[in-house]
Design a binder for this molecule. Structure first.
Ligand code: ZN
Length: 455
């Protein structure tokens, strides 16, 4: 039997907000969206639930996460000033984690996301099979990208063989909700030859790709001049690095990565040519402003991404560098940060980024960046029923004139009432409906104690 949710506001994203709106969920799909009275007349036998002063919107999309690192929230605060040391400590700690540790850590991250109204993630993982298991257990939608490392071109064949094997394992776990992808980790951890081989594999087999790109000053130095901490690190490993003398995005274009229409995380150090390359290839961008700020990497040009019409989503990155996975909060931060540059007002006196644009990036923009906008990101008949219901009831949100502004500027993931994925409620009113949260939390603490080591 169809189910109707009604609320003071329904935000389809592809159409104007509906005051006193309703949405009809039939099995896994959205059957109708519209005015409450009209919907109730059209579906007389349906179950009806009224959320009152709340907003019903498409499930939020976290376009860049590392759920397996959830156990490392607050683990790397002292290393943040030195990205190279930060990455090294993270990598060594991850090696201490068993398969089950990785599963528990990822499951806790997935629960955090579900509680914040996130229904879909672009998750990068060094042990993707465990992240896929965790996401399936919690009931979220995702593309999980298996990371591949290997800066030494002589080992590219071996590394890609290993990736191929990992991909085979992932493909046996694929469901309608959780799909397998590939991630050559970053330009400073993967050789050009390996980038080319992975790109070919992805194009030949139509596998989605994500990659970290143009994130840090060290990466820019490596690309342009072959100097800095990453260059020193490669040399210390006996790897002969020839700086291409180009931007990262141009380098990715030269080595076939853009042919895969990849999702690029960060894109802080990009110029006009880079933005055109991203646009012309139909690649996506995961804008991760809080992680970028916390690590001191700088500020990606959110307003320019929007102005160029890129496939643009928002990402939390890992909670090791954020320290939350909350896309409403990320959208607020992204908007304020874009305005804080001082170039905040466009010539027509409109802010450079407004709440409607930020909400778009948090929903349909993220779906486009992940290549999933044919099924999620908007409330429309025929789309998958991936939905977040956010309370607008609190005194901290009053008075409300515009629901998008209320969501972006005075709400957060903590206001989410219900999270629905493919018609199934995974979270409601403080409780996960799919998984035993308390047990996972206890196990997460135990894993962290192991990583912290003796006091
Ligand atoms: Zn990342």
């Amino acid at each position: 039997m169809p189910k109707i949710y009604t609320a003071r506001w329904v935000l389809p994203i592809v159409a104007a907000a509906i005051n006193d709106g309703a949405i009809v969920i039939n099995d896994s799909k959205i059957a109708a969206v519209g005015d409450r009275a009209a919907i109730l007349r059209a579906f007389p036998g349906a179950l009806v639930e009224d959320f009152g002063n709340a907003a019903i919107l498409p499930g939020l999309i976290n376009a860049h996460s590392h759920l397996e690192l959830t156990v490392m929230r607050g683990f790397l605060e002292r290393e943040e000033h030195d990205f190279f040391a930060w990455l090294r400590k993270l990598t060594l700690a991850r090696l201490q984690m068993t398969d089950e540790d990785l599963f528990v850590s990822a499951a806790c991250g997935a629960i955090e996301a579900a509680r914040a109204g996130i229904t879909c993630l672009g998750d990068s993982s060094s042990f993707a099979v465990q992240s896929m298991r965790a996401l399936s257990e919690v009931g979220l939608r995702a593309i999980v990208y298996q990371e591949s490392f290997g800066p030494d071109p002589k080992l590219a064949d071996e590394n890609v063989d290993k990736l191929r094997e990992q991909l085979d394992g992932m493909q046996t776990l694929q469901t309608d909700l959780v799909r397998a992808g590939l991630s050559p980790h970053a330009p400073y951890t993967v050789s050009a030859r390996q980038l080319e081989m992975i790109s070919r594999l992805a194009v030949d087999e139509t596998i989605p790709v994500m990659m970290h790109a143009a994130e840090s000053a060290g990466e820019k130095q490596l690309m342009l001049n072959g100097i800095g901490p990453f260059a020193d690190g490669l040399r210390a490993r006996g790897i002969d690095w020839q700086a291409p003398g180009t931007s990262t995005v141009r380098y990715l274009s030269d080595h076939g990565v853009l042919e895969t229409k990849p999702l690029l995380a960060h894109c802080i150090n990009v110029d006009e040519d880079d933005l055109q390359l991203i646009k012309n290839h139909g690649a996506g961008v995961a804008h991760c402003p809080k992680s970028n700020a916390k690590l001191g990497h700088g500020r990606a040009p959110f307003a320019q991404f929007i102005a160029h019409g890129l496939n643009l989503g928002l990402g939390s990155d890992s909670v090791a560098s954020n320290n939350t996975s909350d896309i409403l909060e990320e959208a607020r931060f992204a908007t304020l940060l874009a305005r804080a540059s001082g170039a905040g007002l466009a010539s027509d006196d409109q802010p450079s980024v407004n709440a409607t644009q930020a909400l778009f990036a948090a929903t349909l923009g993220g779906a486009r960046a992940l290549g999933l906008s044919d099924r999620i990101g908007a409330l429309k008949e025929g789309m998958q029923a991936d939905i977040a219901v956010v309370s607008l009831h609190s005194i901290r949100q009053q008075p409300i004139r515009d629901p998008a502004e209320a969501l972006i500027f005075s709400s957060s993931g903590r206001d989410v009432l219900v999270t629905v994925v493919r018609g199934r409620e995974v979270y409601r009113n403080g409780h996960m409906t799919t998984t035993a949260e308390d047990d996972l939390k206890t196990r997460l603490d135990q894993i962290r104690a192991k990583l912290d080591g003796p006091a």
